[in-house]
Structures are given as structure tokens and as C-alpha cells.
Write a protein that binds this ligand. Structure first.
Ligand code: ATP
Length: 215
């Protein structure tokens, strides 16, 4: 199975990285592909540009063979739509190979605002990772989608190419990129919330308002 995990990664942090590793192990995969988005359609513009976010991501996974970066959304012009990425991947992988995308509950809660969202389950499985402080509104389209396509165990995802929604409970790390950016902007240290290499690069490139002399 090919599993992608998309996000702004602005910056990537240990919450993202642990999620990717835990999913890889839970699903018995050899790799998970992290897909940074170029211009996020549903968010404010990020605090570092695409190539800076990509560099941080590469530093974060350095030496970890189970994680790879897929930069296709950064090289594609214009907005990043997950449906386009999945169509491209489906064309590359063929019709039969299981393809899945992982999202946090917060992102899945607004899934029905994504471009071509109704086609996404035809292209891939969706793995919804529960996040603290976010839940699906009971009568919402995402909740209905989950009800109608729910997989009862992870193994089912290996048996068909797309179409299932799996909810996964993982140990929670209460880390967010927004909190990291504001910690840095206030001159405080985000150390141990993200890999040291990433924090070093943030300081040396003065990203998010960091001063290069800071610890
Ligand atoms: P922000 O705080 O700026 O919203 P973020 O930390 O949520 O950023 P994103 O790049 O927006 O990071 O998130 C990409 C994906 O990672 C989303 O599906 C989100 O739910 C998930 N995610 C982010 N932080 C965590 C975390 N601590 N644990 C598990 N999943 C996370």
C-alpha cells in the first residue's frame, strides 16, 4: 500500500513525524510519503516559503528510511488539491494497488470543502487520525462518509485499492505548528518539539522570526 500524509509542515514537528511512524507500523508498511502542499487552498499563507518548508522536511527525515518526502505539489504550479495528487498517484501506481491518505480529525472535519472531495474515496482510502480537541460534527458530510465506508480493521485496506475510511487512535503529542511559530516569534525555545536539525536550520535561516543567536 502507498500511504501519503499531506500538510503545510510549517514547520514539520514531532507530532507529524510520530504520526507517520506510528501509522507505518500500525499498517505494516515500509514507507510513508510526506507531501508538503504548495499554496494551501483552505488556510492562510504559511510562514515559510515552499522551498524552506521542503528543506526543513528533508532535514527532519534525514536518516529515517521509513519516511520519504514527495514534493510533487511544490513542483506543480498553482494551488495544491489533494484530489489532483491522488489522481496522479493512481495513474502511476495502476488501478489495483492500495493507495491511502492520512489526515487528522481536524482536517477531515472540513473534508466536504475540499476540491472534488466526493471523488477522493474512489481514488484512495482515508485514514483519519484522532487529534485532541477535535471531533466530527455528528450530522456532517465527513461523519456520514465515515459511517458509510468505515473499515473495522486496518488489514481491510490492503485488500482493495480505495474506498474505505479507517479511524485510528494513536498516542497523542500535543504539538502544533501554530504554537511552535508563536513560541519562536516570542523568542522562546521550541526545542524537543521538533528535531534539533530542523530547529538549527530555522535559526540559521532566521525563519518564523527566529534570531540566529538563539538557543
Ligand atoms: P497548524 O498548527 O499550523 O494548523 P499543524 O501542526 O496542525 O499546523 P499541518 O501541517 O497543518 O500541521 O498538519 C498536517 C496534518 O498533520 C493534519 O492532518 C493534522 O491533523 C496533522 N497533525 C498536526 N499536528 C499533529 C499532532 N501533534 N499529532 C497528530 N497529527 C497532527
Amino acid at each position: 500500500m502507498h500511504l501519503i500524509f499531506g500538510g503545510t509542515f510549517d514547520p514539520v514537528h514531532n507530532g507529524h513525524l510520530r504520526l507517520a511512524i506510528e501509522l507505518k507500523e500500525r499498517l505494516g508498511l515500509t514507507q510513508v510519503a510526506l507531501v508538503p502542499c504548495h499554496i494551501p487552498p483552505h488556510r492562510e499563507r504559511p510562514g515559510a516559503d515552499s522551498s524552506e518548508r521542503l528543506d526543513l522536511l528533508k532535514l527532519a527525515i534525514y536518516g529515517e528510511p521509513g519516511l520519504v518526502v514527495d514534493d510533487r505539489e511544490l513542483v506543480r504550479d498553482g494551488q495544491s488539491f489533494t484530489a489532483d495528487t491522488l489522481r496522479q498517484l493512481r495513474a502511476e501506481l495502476g488501478e489495483q494497488k492500495p493507495l491511502a491518505m492520512a489526515v487528522g480529525t481536524d482536517a477531515f472535519a472540513t473534508f466536504d470543502r475540499w476540491q472534488d472531495w466526493q471523488q477522493i474515496p474512489e481514488l484512495a482510502h482515508i485514514i483519519v487520525v484522532n487529534r485532541p480537541d477535535s471531533a466530527l460534527a455528528p450530522e456532517s458530510e465527513p461523519a456520514r462518509l465515515l459511517m458509510s465506508r468505515r473499515a473495522t480493521e486496518a488489514g481491510q485496506l490492503h485488500l482493495q485499492p480505495a474506498g474505505l475510511v479507517l479511524e485510528v487512535e494513536l498516542p497523542q503529542l500535543s504539538i502544533s505548528a501554530t504554537a511552535i511559530r508563536s513560541t519562536i516569534a516570542q523568542g522562546q525555545s521550541p526545542r524537543y518539539l521538533l528535531p534539533d536539525r530542523v530547529w538549527d536550520a530555522i535559526r540559521s535561516n532566521s525563519l518564523y522570526g527566529a534570531r540566529s543567536g538563539e538557543h
